[in-house]
Ligand binder design. Sequence first.
Ligand code: HAM
Length: 412
Amino acid sequence: MSAIQKIKGFADLFPPESDIFTFLESCAREVFGRYGFAELRTPLLERTELFSRGIGGETDVVQKEMYTFQDKGERSVTLRPEATAGVVRAAIEAGEAALSGKFFTMGPMFRYERPQKGRMRQFHQINAEVFGVDSPLADAEVLLLLASFLTRVGLTGLAFEVNSLGCRECRPRFHEALNAYFASLDASALCADCQRRMQTNPLRVLDCKVPACKAVVAGAPSIQDHLCEDCRAHFDTVLSVLSASGLAFSINPRLVRGLDYYVRTTFEVTSTAIGSQSAVAGGGRYDGLVEQLGGPKVPGIGFACGMERLALLLSDSLAPTPPDFYLAVLDEASLAAGLLFAEKLRAAGLRGEVAKEAKKLKRQLAHASKVGARTCLILGPDEAAAGTIVAKDLASGQQTTYPQADYLEQLT
Ligand code: HAM
């Protein structure tokens, strides 16, 4: 029979990648916990409307990339392409307390994109969301949280870019300026999608990856010149707190992000070390989203990091944790006793494995070194009869015989 293969764009995570994911998750729990965030787990499957309404009908995610199907009750459902819409839905359903909370989520997301290095159809995000705070200080704090997390993970040399996308007051004026600019050009200079986007959501034109559109966009007006007074003051405070914090960042007036819910502060973190899929994290403020999804008027801000991309950056630097012991057993009759002794070692908190079959000591010592164990414990017929265990320190080569009870006692 032919073997069944995984679906294109989906991956099995074996060590060391799975170890890196576990490391990233534990760093997130540690750092986000320091900032008062609580972990929230939301479903992978949601009603399709949550995303079409939340993320925006003109985005690539909604137009081209969603895993949408009818369930057996003939409802249209979608595997989450991102976490924010689901977190907002959950907070609205949970009520008032959740709508002033700070949450992080971790887990798989699904986008039907063209797979390549750093771009998967099932990928994983670590996501943080803050509800109920208008102040620009929250924007700065969320960015500093992201920077702390990336530093804790061990990543340096990343580029932080920030922008403001304005609000419902000033963005329409920017749209007008953009449209006037596009109208002054030969419309055929833009791709077919962008000719439509010009009418429906001109900001999306700024995000187009088609080279001809990129060339047109290079001369387009800047949102930074069209912010209203409130948005300008909000962004200036974010910038001044970030500058005072010492975080290195730059302003990128072309940064519009791929999802429609953003207002005011947006940001992205990129690395030059992982190829074309260089964004390792992105986020921003989404003050209208809670209302748009049927909740009260509550502001929000957050970000998501792509775990596959962080793993690509870390793959060379993370050494696996070595086991504390390998227990070599020299005769068949001592195998069960070895297994039970190893149980006691693990109960005392040690990590290690026990031989499954009795082999020559030389081969077992070589195996213990290969797995990186610190100590090779040795149990043979003489030790079993005397109730002792031999401990060989693999770094120094020093070997000591202990009564088994004494060896266990000195561990606790
Ligand atoms: P996003 O920029 O679409 O934002 O995704 C965030 C990060 O997820 C990206 O920077 C990238 O590292 C990773 N990512 C996205 N697509 C893929 C893919 N196909 N394969 C691998 N990694 C990928 C959001 O999803 C927003 N919900 C972030 C947010 C939270 N904004 C406010 N709160």
